[in-house]
Design a protein around this ligand. Structure first.
Ligand code: AMP
Length: 626
């Protein structure tokens, strides 16, 4: 492990020199005068004095050298569409959309909220936004009106970009009515809404506010919009993520640090040379989509495949067909997707020869050993690489770094710290952590380039949420438990907080509880994450009704509908159990962990602080445990 270790050590011990070298991977209009300003911890400013532009680095600079290479290859098995955009064509589209946004009044520093299905126009909108120095906030299309409204109020976008509808499993999923409802709910309304009409669903435009994409595009067909050179520290985007409170946090990313870290990670972690092809199956609404469908591959001059569809349609071989036909070298997906494929006829995995597919990266949730082994056997020669990170980090914190050194992998482990991340295992009581001992995974600041710079509009929340956990040192808390074995391999054991992970998507149990409580029948509730063989975890709700005689299927489905409306179907409880009392401590704190343990068939732990033990008996009764 010599090469890995030396490289990693240099990134920590010779930090500025290391990141000065990596900065050469991108174009700077003005080179930085200082690599790392950590004079106001825990805040860090990377590449101070440098001026650059994310869109220039992702698009413009490739036009001269690889203008005819496919930059974005869109495949939809929902609408049976397939379109390829060369770097030259992508450049032209992005210029048009940049001009369109400017015509709607968007200027440097303004926010553009993007609520779109997986279509190329969403990527154009992201790149066009950063081209003109504005800040995008992509909201996952599966989020419903109330969640969207919270994000509108926090980001206060000048313009929202959206579409008539998405498609999932052959069914039209309307976007426009949800967007209209969200804008009605929001306290701060956007001035204009730009709407791409896929002609999937009739869409009424609101006069004076809504603008049709195609009509506006026609007037900007020949547009050439110069890139806005911005400070390296200028925010490029905001991406909301769930925490322990009901209020999502806007993870704010810079420009220069993100461009450098992402380009570097494409080479060293994902092992792609410019010109090669990557297929990431995530959605642009999540951090993996931002970093490895859009920015990483384009910054590195790769071809990126954008896929609208599910892994099972038209048949469960579709992803491997895409890989085979397009010489995909690196694929990125999630453990849940692989568990879905594992349930299908194994012949689908063998239908296509995949000589080009070297690496399958999996992230977002724990990759259990049987799934890792299964996919490794099924794909034969493809290396399976578990990598661990978060919305906040922007790129992997733990992973094998193939192009630095092809270190052996252990199933169940995302291997080692990635360069730049000074990972520290911290025990809760401050004692030293030995091999295989469970501790909190933390990062000693400064966080490396590419990680969040702050929480949008709330520096205080950034400091108190992430750096306020340990008395002796202001370490960044990932809120994940981990161990490290005697060989230095890390293993992730789950969250330390009340955040759950459903099919790789992070949801706050508090957030779901607030949604459930939004139903008029509900007096009180507790939501816990329960282990699930397919999705990793699913939310399960224990509900106290105002009128207990209403307990039954009608109340269950009413509660499910409320959650769908408030957050979206991803947060819908897999089960709703009715009780008349919830287990709480004498000081009124919900004993979520005990409820969760019971729901997973484990010992509920220390119950000495419980106010009324009969509450636990009710939970057991609801779960059918004697
Ligand atoms: P998100 O910010 O939505 O990407 O969620 C990040 C969280 O997902 C982490 O804090 C972990 O709890 C979990 N996670 C991500 N990747 C992995 C992985 N490879 N193994 C285990 N857990 C992971």
């Amino acid at each position: 492990m010599g090469a890995y270790r030396d490289h990693y050590r240099r990134s920590i011990e010779a930090r500025d020199e290391f990141w000065a070298d990596e900065a050469k991977l991108i174009d700077w209009q003005t080179p930085p005068s200082q690599i790392c300003d950590f004079s106001r911890p825990p805040f860090v400013r990377w590449y101070v004095g440098g001026r650059t532009n994310l869109c220039h680095n992702a698009v413009d600079r490739h036009v001269a050298t690889r203008g005819e290479q496919t930059a974005l290859h869109f495949i939809s098995t929902e609408t049976d569409a397939e379109v390829k955009y060369s770097y030259r064509e992508l450049h032209a589209e992005v210029n048009r959309v940049a001009a369109m946004l400017q015509s709607l009044g968007v200027g440097q520093g303004d926010r553009v909220l993007i609520y779109m299905p997986m279509i190329p126009e969403a990527v154009f909108a992201m790149l066009a936004t950063v081209r003109i120095g504005a800040i995008h906030s992509v909201v996952f299309g599966g989020f419903a009106s109330a969640s969207l409204a919270t994000r509108i109020d926090d980001a206060q976008p000048k313009v929202i970009v959206s579409a008539d509808a998405g498609m999932r499993m052959g069914k039209v999923v309307p976007y426009k009515p949800l967007l209209d409802a969200a804008i009605d709910l929001a306290a701060k309304k956007p001035a204009r809404v730009l709407l791409f009409d896929r002609k999937l669903e009739p869409m009424a435009l609101k006069a004076g506010r809504d603008v049709d994409w195609a009509a506006l595009r026609a007037t900007h067909h020949e547009a050439a919009v110069p890139v806005a050179w911005v400070d390296s520290t200028h925010p490029s985007y905001i991406l909301y993520t769930s925490g322990t409170t009901g209020r999502p946090k806007g993870v704010q990313r810079d420009t220069g640090g993100y461009a450098v870290a992402l380009t570097s990670s494409m080479r060293k972690v994902f092992a792609l040379d410019p010109g090669e092809t990557m297929f990431c199956t995530s959605d642009i609404g999540w951090v993996v989509g931002h970093s490895y469908i859009v920015y990483g591959p384009l910054l590195n001059g790769n071809t990126t495949i954008m896929y609208e569809g599910v892994p099972l349609r038209p048949d469960p071989a579709i992803w491997w067909k895409i890989c085979a036909e397009n010489n995909v070298k690196t694929m990125f997906s999630s453990p849940t997707a692989i568990r879905v494929l594992k349930k299908q006829d194994p012949d689908y995995m063998k239908r296509h020869k995949l000589p080009a597919l070297r690496y399958l990266f999996l992230a977002g949730e724990p990759l259990d050993e049987p799934t890792a082994r299964w996919v490794s056997d099924a794909l034969g020669g493809t290396a399976i690489i578990d990598n661990y990170w978060q919305t906040e980090s922007g790129w992997p914190i733990l992973s094998a770094q193939i192009a630095v050194e092809d270190t052996p992998r252990k199933f169940g482990s995302p291997s080692f710290p990635v360069y730049g991340f000074d990972v520290v295992l911290k025990s809760e009581d401050g004692s030293a952590v030995g091999a295989d001992q469970k501790a909190v995974l933390t990062i000693r600041p400064p966080l490396p380039p590419g990680a969040l710079s702050t929480v949008w509009g709330d520096d205080e929340r950034f400091v108190s949420t992430y750096f306020g956990s340990f008395r002796d040192e202001a370490l960044y808390n990932t809120f994940d438990w981990a161990t490290r074995d005697a060989d230095g391999y890390y293993f992730i054991l789950g969250r330390t907080d009340d955040v759950i992970n459903v099919a790789g998507h992070r949801l706050g149990t508090r957030e779901i509880e607030e949604a459930v409580q939004g139903n008029a029948l509900v007096a009180e509730c507790a939501v816990v994450g329960v282990a699930d063989s397919l999705k990793g975890q699913v939310p399960v709700a224990f509900v106290v009704l105002k009128d207990p005689s209403q307990a039954g299927d009608a109340a269950r489905s009413a509660i499910a509908q409320t959650v769908d409306r408030e957050i979206g179907a991803i947060a819908r409880p897999a089960a709703v159990h009715f009780v008349t009392l919830l287990p709480k401590t004498r000081s009124g704190k919900l004993l979520r962990r005990s409820i969760q343990a019971l729901a997973e068939g484990r010992d509920p732990g220390d119950l000495t602080t419980i106010e009324d033990p009969s509450a636990l008996a009710q939970i057991k009764g609801a779960l059918g445990i004697a």
